[in-house]
Design a protein around this ligand. Sequence first.
Ligand SMILES: NC(=O)C1=CN([C@@H]2O[C@H](COP(=O)(O)OP(=O)(O)OC[C@H]3O[C@@H](n4cnc5c(N)ncnc54)[C@H](OP(=O)(O)O)[C@@H]3O)[C@@H](O)[C@H]2O)[C@@H](O)CC1
Ligand SMILES: [K+]
Length: 495
Amino acid sequence: MHALLDPQEMARADRYAVETGVASFTLMERAGTAVADAVARFPLPTRVVVLCGPGNNGGDGFVAARVLAQRGFRVRVALLGEAARLTGDAAKAAAKWRGPVEEPAVLDLTEAGVIVDALFGAGLARDLDGAAKALVQRMAASGRPIIAVDLPSGLDGATGKVRGAAAQAKETVTFFRRKPGHLLEPGRRLCGRVRVADIGIPEAALAVIRPQAFVNMPDLWQDAFPLPAAMGHKYDRGHAVVVSGGPWTSGAAHLAAKGALRAGAGLVTVACPPAALPLHAASYAALMPRPVADAADLALLLADRRLGTVVLGPGLGAGAATRALIDAAAPGRRLVLDADALTSYEGAPWAVAAVAGRSAGLIVTPHEGEFARLFRGDREVLEAPSKLARTRAAARRLGAVVVLKGPDTVVAAPDGRAAIAENAPAFLATAGAGDVLAGIATGLLAQGMPVFEAACAAVWLHGAAACSAGPGLVADDLPEALRAVYAELYEKLGG
Ligand SMILES: NC(=O)C1=CN([C@@H]2O[C@H](COP(=O)(O)OP(=O)(O)OC[C@H]3O[C@@H](n4cnc5c(N)ncnc54)[C@H](OP(=O)(O)O)[C@@H]3O)[C@@H](O)[C@H]2O)[C@@H](O)CC1
Ligand SMILES: [K+]
């Protein structure tokens, strides 16, 4: 699994390495050498400028400068702050640099072939201001390619947010494992290409740290992924119900239903107002439309306990009628709530928590707007320091798995596990795509996949389907594109 380490966890990994016999200066030597390697791979890095900061990030910069000079590069080094104030490994690295250490102000950064940004990394403790901010802004304005050490300086590794200023890097070299800030926007864009260098921290450090945040990749959930059994029956693959709005908004439920079917649900029933029956009947022949005029009708339909998974929200309309449908569906069932279902609980997350409590497992899939509406007035959730922290706080508050959508979709469980997606192409932001995502999650839940894993898998599959469909994508393409993604996944997982 691809763990993500926040700065405290990374510091723990560092300590673990030292406790198990790796000298801390050796870690710095390897980190700086990995940065030098990245510079050397760059096309024609004739003149290298290394900008060093006052801590160990700067220490890595001094090592990189020395290694590059030894390899014949022309290197100039500038230090933000006074050399006399460097301490520990950074002071040692600076002492081993034999060339001049210049004032940043004297360097014309526009003449650099490559700039190594070694000003601040994991130790960024507050917003940049004064000389530090001005230097980062000069670096950004130089237009020269930048290789960032650990993180673009000014980018917060835990949150992905810019503190004061940060310069767009072409490449970022980080160590041991990526940090949340490498995946969360705007951090992801600012980092450019991210390389992870092995600096000799033992993998066993992860067993001690027990990280709870991961990159959303198949290795996170593939063990729980429901591969079809050779002798399987459609009833083994679950029966999902999609609750639809009336004829004019039935398209959203239709997309969710297709997503659920393509995701592998054995049967999918569309519960819809009678007027929408012909529309659903005329779509996929595999869908089973059933007339459901209100919550009482839905309760009757769901009296058949095999209909164990229900998605509500797409095209339903927000308000009391939708809340009544959710109340009818919730007891003992696995639920996905999206779109209008969430807006029906504006400012009342406790009511969603109550639904979660009655259900056998709940996934909610808000985008940022729906999230802000649902948690209106809940400062602890809305003002948590990062998208990762907000999603985790929301999951705790609701007692449900929360999927906070966007280019960097975060999935979080109430127990703190979280995953950040990195496979969504920009063109996935299109009308109806969210309905398909809710449907895929429903299809996976119907097959008995555990709730957190189902949500993570749905997000990854959705992104992979979009990549497979390619630019020009409309939401209708996504369920179809899932076939190619499944073919590859089954092949990989031996299905
Ligand atoms: N962990 C590991 O395994 C390994 C880590 N390694 C490397 O160490 C880096 C972390 O080093 P680090 O902890 O020394 O922090 P770093 O980023 O250099 O910054 C601290 C300095 O900046 C200052 N400062 C902070 N904010 C500021 C602001 N807004 N404006 C102005 N100043 C500010 C702060 O000053 P203070 O807050 O004390 O006043 C302090 O002087 C990590 O990113 C990686 O590159 C590798 O060597 C390999 C192994
Ligand atoms: K940096």
